[in-house]
Design a protein around this ligand. Structure first.
Ligand SMILES: *[C@@H]1O[C@H](CO)[C@@H](O)[C@H](O)[C@H]1NC(C)=O
Ligand SMILES: *[C@@H]1O[C@H](CO)[C@@H](O)[C@H](O)[C@H]1NC(C)=O
Length: 469
């Protein structure tokens, strides 16, 4: 054992001495060691798990590198699955949202400097990987500056696949591990598209280094037409807009793309914004963070980015991450590449979202292919979100025309209805009662129940099951 350790130490020394850029070491295991995070500024508690962060180059010619943060399970990581989490936007950082206010262990206090441990972190049941994708998002960068304004769905999937293939080389202990992809909002595109890229890569190469078992998305953009029908219906039935505006939205916006809508649709959206007033559309029953927060006249343009948070909870949690991740000592601890880091870190990149290129009107065809491939597929929905509401997801799921395999039913958490669930042949749909756009932010305990059931492949808990256990 000891001698093996010495070989390892020598290997590191060798690398440090003979390579002028240790951050691009060619030995993946050495790079894994270098990526290990030693201590985070503002971390006042001890942790039982290891975590790593750094860059993976996904395209040598352009110099595109994606930033990741990998957090091992709190107990017995070698027996737990690997879960990738992606946020949407397009242009929003998975470290800003997924890690720092949803499923990650390190959440940030109001001062923007101190951390606290999230008691419902998904690293209780899985090893969790956060990826800032694509380039221009979070700490991910490209040495070809035009890359940041030419992102689209296709290159995002391709780069994310390249990321995973290289990441598994750096973390060979996870090769072949049960792997799941999760995410929300615009990641309703990323998650199925990346899953498809992996399934196709595996079948073309007969390799199984990425042992993809399934995926799960929440409040996910899925099908522009059905998502539009659902969002307008939700706003109308929640009493947020007038009858007339409801009719006009259906006339001018139903057939528009979600990402870059027409001027006539934007005009009706402006009227809708006026009617809706200053609420948090991402969580319609909780207070907004600040005065200027509701549906703005930029609404459609910004509609599906996560953000503008709220909760019992601190409605301004998003702003704390802006303070924290801009601290030089935090960037240093996370191995952020100072030369290429953005001059100011932001939760979402306006440039990335405003210049987004290809974005298919639907990903239902991808669902059909992946259901056929036998992946475990779950869709969940926080039912107080007015961005991609429960009605949108129901219309989109319905368009798949899958047979149901059981009755619609309530699921329970601590004896209370946590939401409702419908199992279909090839897909499970779960709502989370009282949760907004970011389900794990608003209902952290219920979200942990959800990921547990998903990873086990069981139904959501019933009242009887609870009484039994
Ligand atoms: C963390 O662990 C160290 C070493 O075991 C110990 O001295 C310290 O008191 C612990 N800190 C906290 C906050 O528990
Ligand atoms: C980007 O350019 C810098 C400076 O030349 C270099 O150190 C870095 O490795 C490059 N990044 C990638 C991903 O090629």
């Amino acid at each position: 054992m000891l001698s093996l350790k010495w070989v390892f130490v020598l290997q590191i020394l060798f690398t440090l001495i003979y390579l002028n850029t240790p951050t691009s070491s060619s030995d993946p295991l050495v790079q894994q060691r270098l990526d290990k995070v030693q201590h985070l500024p503002g971390q006042t508690f001890n942790i039982s798990f290891a975590h790593y962060s750094g860059y993976v180059t996904v395209n040598e010619d352009s110099g595109r590198a994606l930033f990741y943060w990998f957090i091992e399970a709190a107990e017995d990581p070698s027996s737990k699955p690997l879960v990738l989490w992606l946020n949407g936007g397009p242009g929003c950082s998975s470290i800003a949202y997924g890690q720092s206010e949803e499923i990650g262990p390190f959440h940030i206090k109001e001062d923007g400097k101190t951390l606290y441990l999230n008691p419902y972190s998904w690293n209780q049941v899985a090893n969790i990987l956060f990826l800032d994708s694509p380039v221009g998002v979070g700490f991910s960068y490209s040495n070809t500056s035009s890359d940041v304004s030419t992102n689209g769905d296709m290159r995002t999937a391709k780069d994310s696949l390249a990321f995973l293939l290289k990441w598994f080389e750096r973390f060979p202990q996870y090769k072949g591990r049960d792997f799941y992809i999760t995410g929300e909002s615009y990641a309703g595109h990323y998650v199925p598209q990346l899953s498809q890229a992996i399934v196709r890569h595996n079948s073309a190469t007969k390799a199984k280094s990425i042992n993809l078992k399934g995926y799960m998305v929440g409040n996910a953009l899925t099908d522009d037409f059905h998502d539009h029908l659902g969002v307008f219906q939700f706003m109308w039935s929640a009493g947020m807009i007038s009858d007339q505006t409801y009719k006009l939205l259906n006339v001018f916006c139903d057939f528009q793309p979600f990402i870059h809508s027409s001027a006539s649709c934007d005009k009706i959206m402006d009227i809708a914004s006026e009617e809706i007033g200053n609420i948090d559309p991402y969580s319609i029953f909780t207070p907004p963070c600040s005065v200027k927060v509701g549906y703005s006249n930029q609404l459609m343009k910004r509609l599906i980015r996560v953000g503008r948070i709220s909760q019992r909870y601190d409605p301004c949690t998003e702003q704390h991450s802006v303070v924290y991740y801009n601290l030089p000592e935090v960037q240093q601890a996370l191995h952020v590449y100072a030369d290429n880091a953005p001059s100011k870190w932001a939760t979402c990149s306006d440039e990335v979202s405003a210049t987004w290129k290809d974005s298919p009107k639907t990903v239902l065809d991808v669902y059909r292919e992946l259901i056929h491939a036998g992946l475990r597929i779950w869709i969940f929905s926080g039912d107080t979100d007015a961005i991609i509401p429960v009605t949108s997801t129901r219309y989109s799921v319905d368009a798949l025309k899958l047979p149901t395999v059981g009755p619609w039913r309530a699921w329970y958490d601590d004896g209370q209805v946590g939401g409702w669930s419908q199992e279909y042949a090839g897909l499970t749909f779960v709502t989370v009662r009282g949760a907004g756009h970011e389900v794990p932010l608003h209902k952290p305990k219920q979200a942990l129940t959800l990921i547990k059931a998903f990873l086990k492949g069981t139904s959501m808990p019933s009242l009887e099951q609870l009484a039994d256990s």
